[in-house]
Design a protein around this ligand. Structure first.
Ligand SMILES: Cc1cc2nc3c(=O)[nH]c(=O)nc-3n(C[C@H](O)[C@H](O)[C@H](O)COP(=O)(O)O)c2cc1C
Length: 203
């Protein structure tokens, strides 16, 4: 059983979360996690101005995803940073290339989930994940979130990401904050949970 994890990351926060999601997937016996970057759409000079060129080198070794890889996956967990409370344009462009899969119903019945990152605590994590879920539903996928069984999302002793909709991290206004242990635990939980449900769906 294989779980595809297509993500976009500009400064590395979503990449770190994607690695934790993959760790969770691998906790399920027989489950393989495949990390993939969705294609970049910004020119290098723009990425340079945004300070993204250096951080992106840390995950340049991850293969770039093509939409043709999606049908072979038993489950798909998407990772995107928040852009104005929504998914990033790179991810949207990738999803908009899946019309051919929709025509064939190639993703129907697959488990799917979403994790995210935002600069601020209330900067749109939940809206990003919830608006992403419409894509999963249009494709006929089975939407999987982050259940309250992951109790870390209820912590109030520290600022933390994580909601019933999916794992998340708070990056800070300058991207200075790395995913916390609690947020990484949420990402691992979601990865494992999606893989377990995919195994059940597969029978
Ligand atoms: C164009 C743009 C729009 C953004 N919009 C938001 C936003 O609405 N709310 C927020 O908290 N952060 C916002 N951010 C910050 C990003 O979400 C943050 O840089 C990202 O989560 C870091 O993850 P990454 O290192 O994986 O790219 C925005 C960043 C950019 C470049």
């Amino acid at each position: 059983m294989n779980v595809l994890i297509p993500f976009y990351s500009m400064y590395g926060h979503i990449y770190r979360m994607a690695e934790a999601v993959a760790e969770g997937v691998r906790e399920v016996s027989g489950a393989e996690a495949l990390l993939r970057r969705v294609p970049e759409t910004l020119p290098t000079e723009v990425l340079e101005k945004m300070g993204a060129v250096e951080p992106q080198k840390a995950f340049a070794h991850i293969p770039v995803c093509t939409v043709d890889e999606l049908p072979a996956a038993d489950a798909i967990i998407f990772g995107t940073p928040t852009r104005f409370g929504n998914m990033c344009g790179q991810m949207r462009q990738f999803l908009d290339a899946t019309g051919g899969l929709w025509v064939k119903g190639s993703l129907v019945g697959k488990a799917g989930g979403v994790f995210t990152s935002s600069a601020t605590q209330h900067g749109g994590q939940e809206s990003t994940i919830l608006t992403f879920h419409t894509f999963l539903l249009h494709q006929g996928m089975v939407v999987v979130g982050l259940p309250y069984a992951f109790a870390g999302q209820m912590r109030i002793d520290e600022i933390t990401g994580g909601s019933p909709y999916g794992a998340s991290t708070i990056a800070g206004g300058q991207g200075e904050r790395l995913p916390s242990e609690n947020e990484l635990a949420g990402a691992r939980y979601q990865g494992k949970y999606v893989a377990e449900i995919a195994a059940k769906l597969k029978g």
